[in-house]
Write a protein that binds this ligand. Structure first.
Ligand code: 4AD
Ligand code: MG
Length: 430
């Protein structure tokens, strides 16, 4: 019977076939220990000289790392084996003998590994990271599904900017001039929220960001919920509950993967509500006290976020940023119009912003005025302005950056390992 390695424990004593690749090989004179991986796990296949034909035993001696193979044998319980089981080999068939494999157990530089990302993905650490990523996405979307948010995907090719015009990727678009790769599905989400009440979109988003930091990709995945009849405080409650659900589910279902990447689990277990909520002004006071003063009106950069987020054991909201450092659509605070009803969520342990969002302007005239102030061409936003003409309501939404969230939850240094094929300012290959 064909099984996947993760199912081995259910087949103790049975004859099975595993289809996979040779991860590692060790031989004593009379036994080959073949570590075989199939994507679901790794199992040790033990081939004893006296139990197979001489030609097979000799062929196994010549197997190279990452050769693909079919291996048949009996599953044996063995408490010393990784996963608690090993395979006693009866037969083995080579599907593809691999050339000498470039990634070896010795240390490689990060650029070398990035150039071989298509192969690097086969390593145990990358497996753990990709499984954690998949779980983050699953947990977050399941949370929104449970709470009545309808998935409504937004277009990638768009006629207008969302997050400022300096980070747009532009591409020729037939007779219509130029299109932009979307920076965020938010504006379309707002239309969808007026249609369905609560929605979310999930997909790749793009920023031609000239930043070579550990937090910046040029293509990243964003999960964006949007809800009509929602104000800032409720938005923060939703975001808080969603993050707690995501961290809890990853701890629950991906504990082995977190251990594989040596994550401090206690730090994740501390992610419990309520999260602290700091105003921008309070954040500035903290920066001042930490000897990193920031002039009022400037956006928090990576260094500032690190200072703020390192001070807490759990994620922290920073709300009510100055209007002048945020996007055109942000709703001003009624009592203090120079600040807006935005809130970013900063992840602890110095990771910084993983969520950006807030309350949107629902007043037509004010939105038109903001478009002018931001030098944005009103005619391409007509449909967006329509949302303020036909049943406008206070509404909120936010964007969760998947790679930054995965980097934080997995405890890794750089977002480039949190996505299968990272796109960076200086990397488009493979
Ligand atoms: O704060 P941002 O720019 O917010 C928006 O785009 C809103 N329109 C979202 C919304 O309200 N629907 O981006 C949201 C999140 C950030 O908090 C961060 O996690 C991630 O997207 N992000 C990036 N991740 C990787 N590389 C980049 N260059 C990123 N820029 C933003
Ligand atoms: Mg932001």
């Amino acid at each position: 019977m064909r099984i996947r390695i993760e199912e081995a424990s259910a087949h103790a004593g049975a004859e099975v076939e595993i289809r996979g690749w040779l991860y590692h090989k060790r031989s004593s004179g009379s036994i080959h220990f073949l570590l075989v991986r199939d994507g679901s796990g790794v199992i040790q296949a033990v081939m004893a000289k006296q139990e197979v034909s001489p030609s097979l035993f000799a062929a196994a001696a010549d197997l190279t790392q990452e050769s693909s193979l079919l291996v048949r044998g009996t599953v044996r319980e063995d408490s010393r084996a990784p996963g608690g089981h090993e395979l006693t080999v009866r037969d083995l068939q080579v599907v593809g003998l691999a050339d000498p494999y470039p990634i070896t157990p010795k240390e490689h530089g990060v650029e070398f590994l990035m150039d071989h990302r298509h192969l690097w993905l086969r390593s145990r650490r990358q497996h753990a990271l990709m499984r954690i990523r998949a779980e983050v996405i699953r947990a977050a979307t399941e949370f929104l599904d449970r709470h009545g948010y309808l998935r409504m995907d937004a277009p990638i090719l768009t006629p207008a900017a969302v997050e400022g015009t300096t980070t747009l990727f532009e591409t020729p678009y037939f007779d219509l001039g130029n299109a932009f790769l979307t920076q965020s599905g938010q504006l379309y989400n707002e239309a969808a929220a007026s249609a369905f009440g609560r929605v979310y979109c999930f997909g790749p988003t793009f920023r031609a960001e000239k930043s070579k930091t550990r937090r910046h990709l040029t293509e990243f995945w964003m999960l964006e919920p949007e809800a009509a009849f929602m104000e800032l405080d409720e938005y923060m409650e939703v975001a808080e509950a969603m993050i707690c659900a995501v961290v809890g589910q990853v701890l629950d279902r991906r504990r082995l993967d977190l251990q594989e990447v040596e994550r401090n689990l206690a730090a994740l277990e501390a992610v419990q509500p309520p999260f602290p909520r700091l105003s921008y002004d309070e954040a500035l006071n903290r920066l001042h006290a930490a000897g990193k003063p920031l002039p009022w009106g400037e956006d928090l950069g990576g260094d500032e976020e690190t200072v703020i987020s390192s001070a807490f054991q759990r994620p922290v909201f920073v709300h009510r940023y100055p209007a002048k450092c945020k996007a055109f659509y942000m709703q001003p605070d009624r009592d203090r119009p120079d600040v807006v009803l935005s809130a970013d969520l900063l992840a602890p342990e110095g990771y910084g912003e993983i969520i950006g969002g807030g309350q949107r302007i629902h007043d037509l005239q004010l939105l038109q005025q903001r478009l002018r102030e931001h030098h944005l061409p009103e005619h391409v936003y007509q449909w967006y302005l329509d949302l303020r003409r036909y049943g406008s309501v206070p509404h909120c939404g936010f964007g969760l950056g998947i790679e930054r969230t995965v980097a934080w939850i997995a405890g890794i240094e750089h977002v480039r390992e949190a996505i299968p094929f990272p796109r960076l300012m200086n990397r488009l290959y493979p």
